[in-house]
Design a protein around this ligand. Structure first.
Ligand SMILES: *Cc1c(COP(=O)(O)O)cnc(C)c1O
Length: 369
């Protein structure tokens, strides 16, 4: 069988009784939309982060859309972010009518180069949107200093960083809002789509609750500000509650797998992840780098190991964003790394022997290059 970068089936086999019990609990509850499970999950997810408010939403993309709107971002505004991210980060900025403005990234961690942020701030800049890419945090002390100097809110894209920490502080607790995805492959994954927004103040939280529910206070049937249907599903919320209690175990297993890869490829030409000072990485993806990336992927495919690239085409180089006017060469580090990076299989239920097969095969391929 082909070994892939992600997989949830072995995990489901192990957790089947609990997952099926979650489904049955909701079906028997008599309330299938915005019931007790969503409420409980919101409370528990907020508590996990030590922040006061959490709103469950339908996916990570809309978590960013709603957060931007709750922060008052709209047409004519500029939002500073990176181009080496999942397209949804940028699609969400576009969806509220704002303009994404990109800075480059660090060549070793692939994270936002915060030193470049001030040079792109204009009078239209309304928000800073760092992406805690691959499972580790952007340099938030430096970014927060810039944000407070210029009076800008920070929205953290935490879709890849559930449980990651920066100098002891947890991702999602360091900005004004934080957006999460529970897409099945994520560090905390649902059995379908899901998302959440964390926020610090009651006003923002109330706006988020209205925005996810058509723009209504839930019982009044009156639209205050036109919103969306962006609710977290009750079944997914109950599954997420169960899985949240195991998040620490998932992260520990990811770190064990990462440590084995790092040990196995030390001293080879394959560049393994660099963890920035103060960061504890959760390894949503295990991204390595090699100039012969495409050949390596082709060779491993012959051995039934399918690798992935997160992400092969930086957002600013994609045809749908050509209108932003970022030519080739405008974000050199982002563009260069995109040509060389790829991801090795990484998920908690990846078996030791499966990982050894990846390591052996990759060693053999590296020896032929
Ligand atoms: C997955 C992801 C998203 C989007 O989440 P969905 O739930 O798929 O909408 C946004 N940003 C980043 C960085 C992601 O990895």
């Amino acid at each position: 069988m082909t070994l892939s970068v992600w997989g949830y089936l072995p995990e489901f086999e192990k957790e089947r009784d609990d997952i099926m019990d979650a489904v049955e609990t909701v079906f028997r509850s008599g309330r299938l939309i915005l019931g007790e499970s969503v409420k409980a999950f919101e409370r528990e997810f907020a508590a996990y982060h030590g922040v006061p408010h959490c709103v469950g939403v339908d996916n990570g993309t809309n978590a960013i859309v709603l957060a931007l709107r709750a922060l008052g971002i709209g047409a004519g505004d500029e939002v500073i972010t990176v181009s080496n991210t999942a397209a949804p980060t940028v699609l969400a900025i576009d969806a509220v009518g704002a303009t994404p403005v990109f800075v480059d990234v660090h060549p070793d961690t692939y994270l936002m180069n915060v030193d470049q942020v001030e040079s792109v701030i204009t009078e239209r800049t309304k928000c800073l949107l760092p992406v805690h890419l691959y499972g580790q945090c952007v340099d938030m002390d430096a970014l927060r200093a810039i944000a407070s100097k210029h009076g800008l809110p920070i929205l953290e894209d935490c879709a890849q960083a559930h449980g990651a920490t920066y100098h002891g502080r947890i991702a999602g607790s360091m900005g004004d809002c934080a957006a999460y995805s529970f897409y099945p492959t994520k560090v905390l994954g649902a059995y379908g789509d899901g998302g959440a927004v964390l926020s610090n103040d009651a006003e923002t939280d109330a706006r988020l609750r209205r925005l996810r529910y058509y723009g209504m206070e839930s019982v009044y049937y009156v639209v205050e500000t036109p919103g969306y249907n962006s609710r977290l599903d009750e079944v997914q919320a109950e599954i997420l509650r169960r899985k949240l209690t195991r998040l620490g175990d998932y992260i520990a297993r990811r770190r064990t797998i990462a440590a084995r890869y790092a040990e196995a490829f030390a001293g080879t030409e394959l560049i393994t992840p660099t963890v920035a000072p103060g960061n504890e990485h959760v390894y949503y993806v295990y991204v390595v780098r090699h100039p012969a990336r495409d050949r390596i992927i082709a060779e491993l495919k012959k051995h039934d190991i399918s690798l992935n690239i997160s992400y092969p085409w930086p957002v600013h180089t994609q045809s749908g964003f050509a209108h932003l006017g970022y030519g080739k060469g405008s974000l050199p580090v982002t563009e260069n790394t995109a040509d060389q990076i790829f991801s090795l299989p990484m998920y908690p239920s990846l078996g030791d022997s499966e990982q050894e097969r990846v390591i052996d095969t990759l060693h053999r391929v590296l020896a032929t290059l």
